[in-house]
Design a binder for this molecule. Structure first.
Ligand code: HEM
Ligand SMILES: CC(C)=CCC/C(C)=C/CC/C(C)=C/COP(=O)(O)OP(=O)(O)O
Length: 312
């Protein structure tokens, strides 16, 4: 007769995680646009940055963004399991534990910040550390579960990557990166609240105080419209302020008209399929808007750099 109760022995959990599960923790689709805004922030900064340092800076920002995504998912494993949009993520599916995800995120965060600080400069390194902390702790662990203004304040984290990249290129800050920050900051509420409108049942079930759950869909529609009006004005400002030329200015006006039209559609359509379609259109267009706006910023700087070379 065995004297050892084999049922009492807890065998080590064999992780079923694959590489793809860990990649999913990094929120690659979301962070791809985050990293693009950082790349533009670095490319439009004045002065010359050695290509190796430029690549290192963007790589550190990308790894830091992924780290913040992993930390966000590690903390939110409980609520992610309650929302249809997130229930299929690695942690709710049991492929990765919250502790494993947290260890992964902390490791990536540590190495991205230290590498950026040591190899590039500590202004950028410190800003990256602050951005990771603001998203993974201030937004994820506090604001998101506490106030309907969670994504407005938390949006500061999403707006910082181009500022980190500018600091990596110049070692300092100035008006231009602050303008880039303001554009993303005022872009975030229309971007996210459009999604929150068609996902409000998810957030109600998970007990997350998103604005449509707390203040109702009509108040959210008004907020989306008001923030979009401010966004269009802020995004236009670099042109009259003389930081960028007409190419950017006209593009900003055209894209802003698109955002405004869709925000008005969200404000007008309040019932059924038309309302659902309007919110999904605004959410989808918000991503195209930010990508196109930053792409034309980059294009203008590239054109400015090569025209003197071509015209001799
Ligand atoms: C606090 C700020 C933000 C919040 C609350 C937020 C929220 C969200 C949510 C919930 C999704 C759906 C993701 C999914 O279902 O997996 C999403 C998608 C997306 N977000 Fe945001 N976002 C924020 C900031 C940003 C920023 C700063 C960027 C880029 C600069 C961005 C870019 C994207 C992109 C590209 C997608 C589409 C991802 C896909 O197609 O799967 N977001 N956002
Ligand atoms: C360099 C660096 C640290 C960059 C981070 C940039 C940043 C904060 C981007 C915001 C990404 C995002 C989708 C937030 C939503 O989180 P959520 O928890 O509301 O979304 P979820 O419900 O889909 O998890």
């Amino acid at each position: 007769m065995s004297v050892v109760d084999h049922n009492a022995i807890e065998l080590p959990r064999i992780s079923e995680a694959e590489v793809g599960d860990y990649i999913a923790l990094l929120k690659p689709r979301v962070m791809s646009l985050v990293i693009f805004t950082a790349l533009v922030g670095l490319m439009i900064a004045p002065g010359h940055v050695h290509p190796v340092l430029a690549f290192t800076s963007i790589l550190c920002i990308a790894v830091g963004a992924g780290a913040s995504g992993a930390l966000n998912m590690a903390y939110e494993g409980d609520v992610d399991a309650l929302m249809t949009r997130t229930a299929n993520r690695p942690i709710p599916r049991g492929r990765i534990t919250q502790a494993e995800a947290a260890a992964f995120g902390i490791t990536l965060a540590f190495f991205s910040v230290m590498t950026l600080g040591i190899l590039v400069n500590w202004v950028a390194g410190a800003l990256l550390a602050f951005t990771i902390f603001f998203y993974a702790v201030v937004y994820t662990m506090w604001l998101k579960r506490w106030t309907a203004q969670n994504i407005v304040i938390g949006g500061a984290a999403g707006a910082l990557p181009p500022v980190v990249a500018w600091a990596a290129a110049t070692g300092s800050l100035s008006m231009e990166p602050i303008l880039l920050f303001m554009i993303i900051f005022f872009w975030t509420p229309p971007h996210f609240w459009a999604l929150a409108l068609f996902r409000s049942d998810d957030y109600a079930r998970a007990g997350i105080p998103m604005l449509p759950v707390v203040a109702g869909p009509d108040a959210t529609r008004l907020q989306i419209l008001l923030y979009t009006i401010v966004l269009v004005a802020i995004a236009l400002a670099p042109w009259p302020l003389g930081y960028f030329d007409a190419i950017y200015g006209v593009t900003s006006l055209v894209l802003g008209a698109g955002m405004l039209w869709l925000a008005v559609e969200v404000y007008r359509r309040r019932e059924g399929t038309p309302a659902n379609r309007a919110t999904r259109r605004l959410f989808a267009f918000s991503i195209l808007y930010l990508f196109a706006l930053f792409a034309v910023l980059l294009a203008e700087v590239v054109v400015r750099a090569i025209v003197p070379v071509i015209t001799g």
